[in-house]
Write a protein that binds this ligand. Structure first.
Ligand SMILES: Cc1cc2nc3c(=O)[nH]c(=O)nc-3n(C[C@H](O)[C@H](O)[C@H](O)COP(=O)(O)OP(=O)(O)OC[C@H]3O[C@@H](n4cnc5c(N)ncnc54)[C@H](O)[C@@H]3O)c2cc1C
Length: 492
């Protein structure tokens, strides 16, 4: 029994129905159209590609219907001006990167020793080069390497599309407002009670009620642990703008006075939103700054304001219930990891639930691993704020001065600044599966987090030049068409 029909609820319905299609488990999704969905969340990581692959859904089926575009990575604008980096790119890592990634890692180490070598991540990784050239990730059959990428999409359209598909695959869809959940004598959830007094019974419940947290928090009393002591943003203001020209294949994250704004290209519009800290600026100030940056000061278009709750549940599986999506936790949208965490949670749950013969033997293990995943993703996001070199507002200074860091993050930063082997440290911590060594190198070198240049420069040792990485990637990129051509092909 899934309560909630946002992206999390419908992703779960589709994956459960796909996995248990032999009818062993009947799946019902209950949602209230009056309450509606949050309606933001338009960028993904490559995990969403796996979601569609697992379900056997070709891109041509869903992408044109959801105004979707490809996402090769994220560009960060204005996060670290004092280090001399105006903009850097954090591309998703594709198979061909195996050939030149060592040059990037070695150059980052050489640069940490003070030598003047090339370290811009977007120049070492194929997706970075493709994004810069306006190309898409569709490769011809004779290109022998797998491509990694995510998507941008209209979240309302994707939800509706997933709902239709789930119904066609046997998921029962009930539209009703649930006022409470009835528990049995042991405390397990027995049924959902709707506003007309009827009950919908079930054996296992999935809380996808978004920030409302109706089942896990309000019914089962699982505490929610806030991350507000090291992630300050708690609000957002959102405004679309019309599509203009060919859509780029990357999200742009632009630093603002009290947070950052995203620019997400869809086929028919751009999604824009300013994520900020309400302790540092008011909703009106944020809206003004967003409008100003978009050139919309005189536009009659209304902006949408949202509150965000950043943190996670202390336990993601309690009694006969798991939480997925915003009800289980949220780490602000900087790296667009929310749906990635939803999918990883669903996949882990399926494995653990089946392994226990549809019981709860692996509940503690599931909770430990899911909690850990949220914490490591949080650390990666915290590092973006901690390392900023802006000086224009208290917001950025407070982020830089923030010393509430996990031990794991502290060790990563220490290793980097002590000029030691970051890859070995990430292996030692066994956190490669959250954000791996290449991602950390992209972030740290992208920020220009390096010591000053040494006065003596031997003039060699730059593997970017010595291995002619630019020529290798330029050659690879000849296999790819423009992003616009990729999208037109899907449409056709
Ligand atoms: C500003 C912002 C930007 C974001 N950007 C990204 C991004 O780029 N990438 C990304 O992956 N994620 C992003 N996210 C997160 C993303 O929006 C969510 O993870 C995603 O939409 C899933 O939401 P959900 O399904 O958990 O909740 P919701 O969409 O809020 O759905 C909740 C559902 O529960 C139902 N419901 C609630 N209470 C009841 C009740 N009493 N009875 C019946 N039904 C009920 C509602 O009707 C609704 O169907 C962003 C979030 C925010 C706030």
């Amino acid at each position: 029994m899934i309560l909630g029909g946002g992206t999390a609820g419908w992703m779960a319905a589709n994956l459960f129905a796909g996995k248990w299609r032999d009818g062993r488990i009947g799946i019902t999704l209950v949602e209230s159209p009056d309450i509606g969905i949050i309606g933001v969340g338009e960028g993904s990581t490559p995990t969403l590609k796996r979601f569609f692959q697992l379900l056997g859904i070709p891109e041509s089926d869903w992408m044109p219907r959801c105004n979707a575009t490809y996402k090769l990575g994220i560009s960060f604008d204005g996060w670290s001006p004092a280090s001399g980096v105006d903009r850097y790119s954090h591309p998703f890592i594709s198979e061909a990167d195996a050939y030149r990634q060592q040059a990037f890692l070695v150059n980052c180490r050489t640069r940490r020793l003070g030598l003047d070598v090339h370290t811009a991540p977007g120049d070492f990784l194929l997706n970075g080069v493709l994004a810069r050239l306006g190309k898409g990730p569709q490769s011809p059959p004779n290109f022998p390497f797998g491509m990694e990428y995510g998507y941008h999409f209209d979240s309302g359209l994707l939800g509706a599309w997933l709902a239709q598909r789930a119904a066609a695959h046997g998921v029962c869809h009930v539209q009703a407002r649930v006022v409470e959940a009835r528990q049995d004598e042991q405390g397990d959830i027995a049924a959902l009670v709707t506003d007309d007094g009827s009950e919908i019974a079930g054996d296992f419940f999935v809380d996808c009620t978004g920030f409302a947290g109706l089942l896990m928090e309000k019914t089962l009393g699982v505490p929610y642990r806030s991350f507000s002591d090291n992630l300050f943003n708690d609000a957002a203001v959102v405004m679309p703008t019309p599509a203009a020209g060919e859509p780029p294949a990357e999200t742009v994250s632009i630093a603002m006075r009290h947070g950052w704004r995203w620019k997400i290209p869809l086929t028919r519009r751009f999604g824009n939103g300013y994520v900020y800290s309400s302790n540092h600026c008011s909703a009106d100030e944020a809206e003004y700054e967003l409008r100003e940056s978009l050139g919309l000061l005189d536009s009659p278009e209304n902006a949408r304001h949202l509150k965000m709750r950043v943190g996670q549940l202390e336990r993601h599986w309690e009694r006969n219930c798991i939480a997925l999506g915003l009800s289980q936790g949220f780490i602000e949208p900087l790296e667009a990891t929310a749906l990635h965490l939803v999918q990883q949670s669903i996949e882990l749950f399926i494995v653990k639930y089946e392994k226990a013969g549809f019981g709860s033997d692996y509940r503690d293990d599931y909770n430990r691993r899911t909690r850990e995943r949220f914490e490591r993703v949080r650390d990666y996001i915290v590092a973006h704020y901690k390392l900023n070199t802006r000086d224009d507002t208290d917001y950025w200074r407070a982020n830089r001065d923030n010393d509430v860091l996990s031990e794991s993050l502290r060790q990563i930063l220490d290793t980097w600044f002590r000029r030691e082997d970051l890859t070995a440290e990430i292996e030692r911590q066994d956190i490669e599966s959250h954000f791996g060594t290449l991602s950390w190198h992209c972030l740290l070198s992208g920020y220009g987090a390096f010591p000053p240049f040494s006065p003596k420069q031997p003039g060699g040792g730059d593997l970017y030049r010595e291995q002619d990485v630019a020529r290798f990637l330029a050659g690879c990129s000849l296999n790819f068409d423009s992003h616009a051509e990729n999208l037109a092909r899907l449409q056709a």
